[in-house]
Write a protein that binds this ligand. Sequence first.
Ligand SMILES: [Zn+2]
Ligand SMILES: [Zn+2]
Length: 358
Amino acid sequence: MPAPNVPVEIREFPEPDLPPGGALLRTAFSEVCGTDVHLWHGRLSGVPYPIIPGHVTTGTLDAARGPMRDVLGRALSEGDRLAFFDVHRTCGRCLACTVHRTPTRCPSRRVYGITDPASEGLLGGWAQKVYLEPGVIVAKLPDAVTFEAYIGGGCGLLTSVHIIDRGRLTMGDTVVVQGAGAVGLSAAALAKRAGAGQVIVIGAPADRLALARDMGADAVIDLDATSGGDRRDRVMDLTSGIGADVVIEAAGSARAFEEGIRLARNGGAYVIAGHYTNVGDSTINVHEDINRKHLDIRGCWGSEAAHFLRAIDLLERYSADVPWHRIGAKTYGLREINAALDDAGALRIPKALVDPWR
Ligand SMILES: [Zn+2]
Ligand SMILES: [Zn+2]
């Protein structure tokens, strides 16, 4: 991706000389997530274009210099199926890492495919091989986790593990999820597994809502066929007029925020995960919608290694029942990558997968 708002180009790079502890991953799948569309439209600040996009990526170990172990200490050999945590260089020493314990706000933190420049090499999953620098966290994929399930969950699943932490669900809670994209679908699935009594997904189009039901939603509300008032009435009907215990914003719209905080009950919680770029101001009445309601509002930025590992565990336990593989609806080769970005940007499919060998 040479720059925002121009076509993505295919370029050739040399294979790197691996330093001790370095490795190469042969890519099986990467993805086009919402962030990649934002990158293409130039809506993320501080991106060192040109970049090789593709942050959440999976494949097989192609080569390693020296003995290599995954984060659980298991020895790795060539051909092993792996995933790696796209966030690297988190320092572990700064104010954010130590005092505030918010490593996703570490200023040294870099992310494959987003904040790593192509000038530094194969640091993005839309490449046929990805350079895993020493210190990158890798995990062997369990036999029960297919590449398709891992990448179908992808970055939306990692984010959703973090969302559920931030939501602090209690068994039996009613959870409303705003958005039926890759994040919303995984958040619905995990909310249900985390003990929610009722999960309500608001989104569109109809086929995504059908998938939301298959992921675990108890009720769905079609965004295109309802007004904000209709949606609020429906949520109130489903909660005996009380409102939801937890509302999860996975829509990335300023209007969704205005609507979502009004769907939460008094003393409830609102978790914001969809505003990964600046989509402008929301207008709310702080007295009515926050203070008098005694509402908790929590942001949720990025994910940590713990979320990555737990995502793999969750896939191992539940991917036979929860159809994560169906989120990655269509696979594109590199020559089709601009069409993949168009399709993802127009929300024609929940998620475009990238197989750079096609
Ligand atoms: Zn740090
Ligand atoms: Zn992403």
